[in-house]
Ligand binder design. Structure first.
Ligand code: NDP
Ligand code: 2IT
Length: 450
């Protein structure tokens, strides 16, 4: 079937210079081949052609004034990708690397991720090429207010509900919510990731990281194994990495690394979670400061990384959890991990492994959980937050955690059963992409050409 090649050629022509988006689309389209051959309906209804084109893309200018009184200008984005299953849902990323292509790849992944949760949420993503590093609290607030001054007219509890992602956490969600309320006079669930003090869900902060570990556990259980006693590599040291590390300890595993944009930290006895949280959640410090408390730990600055990969993946371990950013795990890294005996990868970040790295993992037959399945616990808990806001009834932490565990188990089962159905047991990339696609595609057929 030439459709994969044809679709990508058309995309490259109509949407130039969006490498990350082509990469995400290529992976999904390749996985869908066996389904497209077995079921003509998706072809007859042009589902692929409709899926790769966002329903709506909003690009806007964000002007704000820095502490020196200078006017700063950034690009803002919201891509409303697919609303077949519910209101557009997905995070906002503030990072200097943000471009149209990055937001589109993230929005595209979100379609399948949100479908896999089984919950009523469509898919969107947004953000800005704003760099929060080194900005004062006042600058962050003014940027968030300026961003929301443009975005507010496009969102709503039943239309589009953004949340956090890289560079957007509780503080930024608070400032954006405040500005929405000021502009509209309405107190409503237009963002998730709010503080539970004023409408957020208990457990949302922890949900993505915890879910990544629940997913790993489900994969290992399917192979008669557990995480207990396993040495684990984690990358990143933000929201997802920190709560992945926390849950790994609860499962009696030993997380020995984490990283940030300045370098990689290795602590043979296990990363001290309390120190990491103090450094990252309170002080917003660089990781090498960890050595002031633990001089026996090792810090590898980015300039000393191997040429063909990242330092994190060079340490021997049995399980790996990429929780920083896209394409942070290369083919050479995958080979190193496999040579060192890794048997489980669960992705906290979106598309952290390159296409060649994924091929190595699938060929090796190890437990590999792609981001759109393994990190879906965050958006699932965001949907729980929407449910609590709509009913004006907060849930207990215990209820949130039980629901999260059940969602992660169901996602694993959906991916594994679908992989089995298509004769490739253990290929959760194929299983996840087909299972997510079928739910959205079947819905689009029922809802007609809109
Ligand atoms: P944070 O901003 O809290 O943390 C990001 C971490 O990754 C930081 O340690 C950061 O280092 C590092 N990082 C980011 N970009 C780069 C880069 N280009 N090179 C090196 N290091 C980098 O974000 P999150 O933890 O929320 O997000 C991490 C990943 O998880 C992203 O891929 C995101 O899309 C994904 N994700 C997040 C969800 C959520 O609920 N938050 C849900 C599902 C997926 P530094 O601070 O030095 O920049
Ligand atoms: O990538 C993701 O799933 C997120 N950043 C979370 C999205 C959300 O709406 O909670």
């Amino acid at each position: 079937m030439p459709y994969v090649h044809d679709t990508l050629t058309r995309l490259k022509h109509s949407s130039p210079a969006q490498a990350e988006f082509y990469q995400a689309a290529d992976e999904v389209l390749e996985s869908l081949r066996p389904l497209m051959e077995a079921d003509r309906r998706y072809h007859d209804h042009s589902i692929i052609e409709r899926l790769v084109e966002p329903e709506r893309q909003i690009l806007f200018r964000v002007c704000w004034v820095d502490d020196q009184g200078r006017v700063q200008v950034n690009k803002g984005y919201r891509v409303q990708f697919n609303s077949a299953l519910g209101p557009y849902k997905g995070g906002l990323r503030f990072h200097p690397s943000v471009t149209s292509g990055v937001i589109k790849f993230l929005g595209f992944e979100q379609i399948f991720k949100n479908a896999l949760t089984g919950l009523p949420i469509g898919a969107g993503k947004g953000g800005a090429n704003f760099d929060p590093k080194g900005k004062s609290d006042g600058e962050i607030m003014r940027f968030c207010q300026a961003f929301m001054t443009e975005l507010y007219r496009h969102i709503g509890p039943a239309t589009d509900v953004p949340a956090g992602d890289i560079g957007v956490g509780g503080r930024e969600i608070g400032y954006m919510f405040g500005q929405y309320k000021k502009l509209t006079g309405r107190y409503e669930g237009i963002l998730t990731g709010k503080d539970p003090l004023w409408g957020g869900s208990l457990g949302r902060t922890e949900a993505t990281g915890y879910g990544v570990v629940y997913f790993a556990e489900n994969m290992l259980q399917g192979r008669g194994d557990t995480l207990a006693g396993k040495r684990c590599l984690v990358s990143g040291s933000g929201n997802v990495a920190i709560y992945t590390i926390e849950k790994l300890y609860q499962k009696e595993a030993i997380p020995v690394t984490c990283s940030d944009s300045s370098g990689t930290l290795y602590h043979e006895n296990g990363i001290c979670l309390k120190t990491l949280k103090e450094l990252k959640e309170q002080q917003r410090a660089r990781l090498d400061k960890y050595l002031e408390t633990y001089p026996e730990a090792q810090f590898i600055p980015v300039k000393d990384y191997p040429e063909d990969g990242h330092a994190v993946w060079r340490f021997p371990a049995q399980a790996a959890f990429p929780c920083a950013t896209q394409n942070e795990l290369t083919e050479a890294d995958a080979e190193t991990l496999l040579a060192n005996g890794v048997i489980c990868i669960s992705e906290g970040a979106n598309m952290p492994s390159t296409a060649d790295a994924i091929d190595r993992f699938i060929d090796a037959g190890i437990a590999y959980g792609p981001g759109k399945a393994a990190n879906a616990g965050g958006v699932a808990t965001s949907q729980f937050e929407m449910a609590q806001n709509a009913s004006m009834q907060p849930w207990s932490l215990d209820k949130v955690d039980r629901r999260l565990q059940s969602v992660m188990q169901n996602i694993y089962q959906r991916c594994a059963d679908t992989a089995e159905e298509f004769g490739q047991p253990h290929n959760l990339v194929l299983g996840g992409n087909i299972a997510g696609f079928r739910r959205v595609g079947d819905t689009m057929i029922q809802q007609g050409v809109v």
